[in-house]
Design a protein around this ligand. Structure first.
Ligand SMILES: [Zn+2]
Length: 208
């Protein structure tokens, strides 16, 4: 009788351990399913792996040139002030600082894909903030010593439009915080991260 009781205990224990194990597995599977769709897709990788479009030669002046009249026609007064006169828009009172939607951020001046929503984070500064550009080749940098500070200015390397600044206090693996003006960007919403990749690849002329 005692040995039967012991056997029952062993069976009960085995069933319990099995159930806990299955629950844990299920939990793991659930958490994987819950992670943001397409988060395993690296938008930056798809851009840096391919060459720039044939009309983009970054060795000399900015490839996209416009007359003052053309810039004025393309941009609103605020966009012109920020992008063409290195201005800064007001924090929090700009369209993308709190934008959590999935999509692509293009340069307002020439539509080059500059940032992805997958690299956007809430910095609390009131400006859209990213941990990295989609492709470092398309984002130029200048040392900016205005206002008694040493900052690194960033601009679109294709048309020269001012974007914002990059600071060494970001949360990502590279420790950078790209503090960008909404006025320098045009957001294109997508349903998935894969669609962002497709838009980026289309700009790079890659069809796969
Ligand atoms: Zn541009």
């Amino acid at each position: 009788m005692q040995s039967l009781k012991n056997s029952l205990w062993v069976v009960a224990l085995a069933v319990t351990v099995g159930a806990v194990f299955l629950f844990a597995m299920d939990d793991k599977a659930r958490s994987q399913t819950n992670s943001s769709p397409g988060s395993e897709i690296d938008v930056s990788e798809c851009a840096s792996a391919c060459g720039l479009p044939s009309h983009v030669d970054l060795s000399g002046d900015f490839p996209t040139q416009r007359t003052e009249a053309e810039w004025r026609e393309r941009l609103t007064d605020l966009q012109y002030h920020v992008a063409r006169e290195q201005g800064t828009e007001r924090p929090f009172a700009n369209p993308y600082h709190d934008n959590k939607r999935t999509g692509l951020y293009r340069c307002i001046g020439c539509d080059t894909p500059l940032f992805s929503s997958t690299d956007k984070f809430d910095s609390g500064t009131g400006w859209p903030s990213f941990t990295r550009p989609i492709d470092a080749r398309t984002l130029g940098e200048h040392r900016d010593t205005s206002y008694g500070m040493v900052r690194t200015e960033v601009h679109c390397a294709v048309c020269g439009s001012h974007q914002g600044h990059v600071f060494p206090d970001g949360p990502g693996p590279n420790g950078l915080r790209y503090c960008i003006n909404s006025a320098s960007l045009r957001f294109e919403e997508t349903k998935t991260v894969a669609e962002i990749v497709a838009l980026v690849e289309a700009w790079y002329g890659k069809s796969q």
